[in-house]
Ligand binder design. Structure first.
Ligand code: ZN
Length: 243
């Protein structure tokens, strides 16, 4: 092969709230990519599912990290509770994310506080550094961007690229394959997008799965097929391999 094409997979919204769904996703992906799944962890999903050090879930989180899975911080509460200024941010926040874009409207100060608190909690639990940060719904406001650069976060990603806030360097580009489960229209369009993108030739292909995906058999079939196709043509890799 002339160029080495890689596959980056991630499980979003890893939280005690979705423990059984996350287990199903791990079972679904493991035959294709082993432990090469980044785990995107929410410290306290919606303010009502805290990760408590010493709990059974914390022990599982540590064992995933010990297996070699990359652990990313994925927001703090996940839900967007800030007031948005300007119509475009308001529209983005409401329609694109169902209100899940926590880091879209935060000031740099508030983003920094949540970033540090989240990192401290997760790193205490797993006993090592987190690999990076991925904003809920992949939405970053200017305050979030400033906080990530200040904190020298190694890796971040949005819909279209992976970059290093610490160095400002772009690490990979190209859309991420993901499935939306909220309505049948969204499910239909995400099935079509996955069908097209899993054959795409870009050097780095990203696939992101979410806990509610496992509740829809059509999405589960599409996820399996996508990993079949992409996994046979690509080498599963870690995000940190891009650095
Ligand atoms: Zn998420």
């Amino acid at each position: 092969m002339a160029t080495r094409r890689i596959l980056l997979a991630s499980i979003h919204d890893v939280s005690p709230r979705f423990e059984s769904e996350v287990d199903r996703l791990i079972d679904l992906l493991s035959p294709h990519i082993g432990i090469r799944t980044a785990m995107l962890v929410v410290p306290n999903h919606w303010g009502s599912a805290p990760i408590v050090p010493g709990s059974a879930f914390a022990t599982r989180l540590r064992s995933w990290a010990d297996e070699g899975r990359e652990i990313f911080l994925h927001g703090f509460y996940h839900r967007d509770e800030s007031r948005h200024h300007g119509p475009s941010d308001r529209i983005r926040a409401r329609f694109m994310t169902a209100g899940e874009g926590e880091f879209l409207g935060l000031s740099a100060r508030e983003a920094t506080i949540r970033l540090f608190n989240g990192q401290r909690l997760i790193e205490d639990v797993i006993g090592k550094r987190v690999a990076g940060f991925v904003a809920p719904a992949w939405l970053y406001g200017s305050g979030a961007m400033e906080a990530l650069a200040d904190a020298k976060v190694q890796i971040a990603e949005d819909h279209l690229r992976v970059w290093s806030p610490a160095s400002g360097r772009q690490l990979a580009r190209g859309p991420v394959i993901t499935w939306a489960s909220r309505s049948s229209i969204r499910r239909g369009s995400s099935l079509a997008a996955a069908f097209a993108l899993r054959h795409a030739p870009m050097p780095t292909l990203r696939i992101g799965v979410h806990p509610p995906d496992v509740r829809h058999p059509s999405l589960v079939r599409s996820i399996e097929r996508t990993f079949d196709v992409a996994g046979s043509a690509r080498t599963p890799a870690a995000y940190s391999d891009l650095l």
